[in-house]
Design a protein around this ligand. Sequence first.
Ligand SMILES: [Mg+2]
Length: 270
Amino acid sequence: MNSFLKLEILVATLFVAGCTSQQSTHESLNGVLWSQTSVEYKVAAIQSFTAARSSVEIALNDTSWSAALEQTEEYQNLPPAVIVDVDETVLDNSPFQARLVNRGIGYDPVLWEAWVNESTANAIPGAKEFVVFLKEKNVKIFYVTNRVLENPTVRNIKQVLDPQVSAEDVLCKNEKPGWGSDKASRRKEIAQNYRIILLVGDNYSDFHFLGKVGPEERIKKAKIHQEYWGSKWIIVSNPSYGNWEESLYDYNYSMPYKNKLKAKYEHLKN
Ligand SMILES: [Mg+2]
C-alpha cells in the first residue's frame, strides 16, 4: 500500500469516526448554560439593574420624565411607578429550559404550566436588590406578564422578590377583556394613576409591540425609539427564547422542528 492510499484511508476513517461520535445536542444548550453557569450572564443582569437604578434616581427628580408611550394625559403630579416583566426579567425560569434541553424537546405548554405551578423560580441576579431599592424610594412596582396563571406567579414573586406583592400588582394576560399579548393596554391603564418612570423587560414587546415581523424589520422598527434604550427602557439578557427566535421562522409555532431549524440556518450570516 502506498503512502498516499494510507493517508486517504486514515482521513476516511477519521471522518467516519468523527461523524459517528458526534453527540446529539439541543439548540438551547449554550443559552441555558450561559444563564445558569456564567459570571458574564450574572454581571450582565446586575448591570441592567444598576442602569435601572440610575434611571429611577433621574426620573424621581424630573416630573416631565415618563417611560411609557401610552402615557399621554397629564402625568407630572402622579405618583411614580416602574413596570417590570416577569419571566427572564425578574424570575429565572432556566430550570424549566434545562428540562426541555434534557428531554430533547422544544417549548411544551403542559410542562410550562407544571413549572409555573411549582412557584420555585429564583430571582434574576440584581432583581431582588432592585425591588428593595424601589420600596425604599416609595416607587410602586407593577409586574406586567404574559403568564395567565396569576396565583402561582404572585406566590413565587412573594417568596423570592417582593414579600408585600398582591394580586393587584400582577397584571396577567387576559386577566381583563382587551389585555392581550400586546402589553400597551395594561400600561395605558397603569398610566391613568401613575407616572411610569421605567420599563424593564427581556423581550422587545415588553416596551413596544413590534408585531409579527421578521428580524430585520424588528431592528428597523425598534430604532424609532432608540432614545429610550438604556435609560427609560432597560433590557435584561435572555439568550434562550423570545420573539427574536420566533421571528426566525415567521412565528409559525406549529411548523415541524426540522423546518424551524432549516429556517434558522437560513438566517445565519456567513
Ligand atoms: Mg419575559
